[in-house]
Ligand binder design. Structure first.
Ligand SMILES: NC(=O)c1ccc[n+]([C@@H]2O[C@H](COP(=O)([O-])OP(=O)(O)OC[C@H]3O[C@@H](n4cnc5c(N)ncnc54)[C@H](O)[C@@H]3O)[C@@H](O)[C@H]2O)c1
Length: 380
């Protein structure tokens, strides 16, 4: 606690690693608060593998690591009981800190969901069971970003040549700069500017560990324009071999995940998994080289459906047509759904996309100007 206190006092940036069970740390922070009146943390989250809590993703505070391993092997039910008790203790500590000015959020690892199942006090009064008293970062921060169509677009240079990756970085930068010059609204402009900074600095940070691949947050317009520019560069021989496009499942449209990516879509449609399925089918018909529809991922088995794709750009006219048709669907499908569920930013973006692409017709929702009308209608 001493270096912690010291750094706070001097307002110094300090990174500290704690080797131990995180529940001990949470409870120690509460002890400090209760005995000295000092709140030592302002912000907090949890990053244990709670999507898989009973098979080693979460280690209970009551046991040492080896003891826990042995119990997991010999008596999984007893292990589960200890995990749930540990989660309840962790939430009790978090709740105590949150009574002060401490802000907690779910990291997207199903921590609040598992804590709720364990009987911890994470309920949001008056809300449904998928809402908790703490926000999920995916909903809190990413919700509006996904609603504008921005998400982790990515590509792999199959030549394996770093020089090809450098060419794609330059192309992506100029595409985004041209998009800004062409005029975009202020919140989209901020996203583009962030992305330009990211892509310009990416090579410097040497993030490539295997395939010559890059990930870049982009919207529908940016994804299509980058794909067309890369395909053109392949046809001109500026990039030596085909490039494969894809994206993360943590994205605008490819996922129905009521506890994560679609947790800010309150119309209940996430439970039908219709968006991920439509995405997968639409991508397949519009030219994806391969598609995948799968369950699980980081949110946990049975809690999410993901649709994914790969699209090979080989420099041909056909590849360009496929990229235009497929990437537009892959993003706008989700923006439309987010618009129907009431997100204002998604409404603006889908209207703008329709203005720019006359072939796209999306049914728009009608806003209810006076919420009391709904109440009246329900009482009838
Ligand atoms: N929000 C997102 O988009 C996003 C992105 C990546 C991962 N995730 C989720 O975050 C979680 C973590 O991902 P990861 O790749 O870091 O997993 P990981 O399994 O590599 O790391 C989790 C770590 O937590 C440790 N741990 C478990 N219980 C603990 C305890 N009680 N005290 C201290 N340490 C404990 C484990 O030993 C492990 O080292 C997963 O559930 C994953 O699905 C979310």
């Amino acid at each position: 606690m001493c270096p912690f206190r010291e750094a706070r006092k001097k307002k110094e940036v300090l990174s500290l690693g704690y080797h131990g069970n995180v529940v001990n740390l949470w409870e120690r922070l509460v002890h400090e608060l209760d005995t000295t009146g000092e709140l030592l943390v302002d912000l907090g989250s949890d990053q244990t593998s709670c999507h898989n809590p009973f098979n080693g993703g979460y280690y209970p505070v009551q046991l040492g690591f080896l003891e826990a391993q042995n119990l997991l092997a010999s008596n999984p039910e007893a292990f589960k009981g200890l995990v749930q008790e540990s989660l309840r203790r962790q939430v009790t500590a978090i709740n105590r800190l949150a009574q002060e000015s401490f802000f907690f959020w779910d990291y997207g690892n199903a921590f609040l969901l598992e804590a709720q199942r364990a009987g911890a006090d994470v309920e949001k009064k008056g809300a449904n069971r998928t809402e908790f008293r703490y926000p999920s970062y995916v909903q809190h921060i990413m919700g509006d970003i996904f609603s504008q169509g921005f998400g982790p677009f990515r590509w792999v240079c199959t030549s394996g040549d770093p020089q090809d990756l450098a060419v794609t970085d330059q192309l992506a930068t100029s595409v985004l700069e041209e998009a800004i010059a062409g005029g975009v609204n202020s919140s989209v402009k901020l996203q583009y500017m962030d992305n330009i900074r990211w892509i310009q600095e990416a090579a410097k940070h040497q993030l490539v560990v295997g395939s010559q691949a890059r990930i870049l947050y982009s919207d529908q317009k940016g994804r299509v324009a980058i794909a067309v520019a890369i395909n053109h560069a392949i046809s001109q021989g500026k990039i030596k071999a085909p490039v494969v496009l894809s994206r993360d499942h943590h994205d605008v449209s490819g996922t129905d995940s009521p506890f994560r990516e679609t947790s800010n879509i309150y119309d209940g449609s996430a439970f039908c998994a219709d968006m991920a399925v439509q995405n997968f089918v639409g991508d397949a018909f519009r030219g994806a080289t391969w598609v995948a529809l799968h369950n699980g991922g980081g949110v946990g088995w049975g809690e999410v459906i993901n649709g994914g794709f790969g699209l090979v750009l080989d420099g041909t006219e056909e590849a360009e047509q496929k990229a235009k048709a497929m990437l537009s669907w892959d993003v706008s499908n989700g923006v439309a759904r987010r618009c129907w569920s009431g997100n204002r930013k998604a409404y603006e973006i889908i209207c703008q996309t329709m203005r720019e692409n006359k072939g796209l017709v999306v049914t728009l929702p009608h806003e209810v100007p006076d919420e009391r009308l709904l109440q009246k209608a329900l009482q009838l």
